[in-house]
Design a protein around this ligand. Structure first.
Ligand code: DGL
Length: 247
């Protein structure tokens, strides 16, 4: 199976890491819209427009499935993308919700969703969880974490001050939905911040679980071949990939 992975920039490589580790695919074509990142503070119509433009990029490749690693894109652009593509376009939100449902977390436990402004404003996570009768949901826009991760800040004073800024008044959650591609990189810091180590829902692990449940996939002998493309500074993106994925 040859899959495409679309993200607003480099963050989606956190999802690629899980896809490669799964050994379920032959080839992974990654496209990061590095020229226009971040999508998180942008409006719905802009996010949809950029996402449809990304589909044009994937038309150059004969992919079987496209994964939108970006939560912001998954929140707003899936219906439009699916209406215009020949292959299924699958987002990470439904997958994250499924992963939470399959976890030990109970319906009355506190669930913290952290994501970009656009993802939280879309209410996609909140409404999906409410439908499943989760009763204690805290949804926070935590956009400041995005540039921190991009600066390589995964621990230390600045990150702690930012976590205090967002979390000082909330009750400790039983689970945190990492509703943004960048947040798995501060997963350890988030677990340390709260007294009782919350369970982390990671888009990459969740999408692998979701694809296994919904598609006929079999383990491949070799790790998938990864091809990386970007709308700007592809060399920079490939360097990050080397650092994050060791490829
Ligand atoms: N990839 C985005 C997401 O997962 C975060 C970065 C951005 O704002 O574009 O929501």
């Amino acid at each position: 199976m040859k899959i495409g992975v679309f993200d607003s920039g480099a963050g989606g490589l956190s999802v690629v890491k899980s896809l490669l580790a799964s050994n379920l695919f032959d080839e992974v074509i990654y496209y990061g819209d590095t020229a226009r990142v971040p999508y998180g503070p942008k409006d719905k119509n802009t996010i949809i427009r950029y996402s449809l433009e990304a589909l044009e990029f994937f038309n150059n490749f004969d992919i079987d499935l496209l994964i939108t690693a970006c939560n912001t894109v998954s929140a707003y652009a899936l219906p439009e993308m699916n209406a215009q593509s020949k292959y299924p376009v699958v987002g990470v939100i439904e997958a994250g919700v499924m992963a939470l449902e399959n976890s030990i977390v109970e319906k009355d436990d506190t669930i913290l969703i952290i994501a970009t402004r656009a993802t939280i404003s879309s209410k996609r996570y909140q409404e999906s969880l409410e439908k499943l009768n989760y009763s204690h949901i805290i949804a926070l826009q935590t956009g400041l974490f995005v540039p921190l991760v991009e600066e390589g800040i995964f621990e230390g004073e600045i990150l702690e001050a930012t976590m205090n800024h967002y979390f000082s008044n909330i009750e400790p959650p039983k689970a945190i939905i990492l509703g943004c591609t960048h947040f798995p990189l501060i997963g350890d810091a988030l677990q340390k911040y709260f007294d009782k180590k919350p369970l982390l829902i990671h888009s990459g692990e969740a999408i692998v679980e979701y694809l296994e449940a919904h598609y006929k996939l079999s383990i491949q002998k070799n790790r998938a071949e990864l091809k990386i493309f970007a709308s700007d500074n592809v060399a920079g993106l490939r360097k990050i990939a080397k650092y994050w994925l060791g490829t």
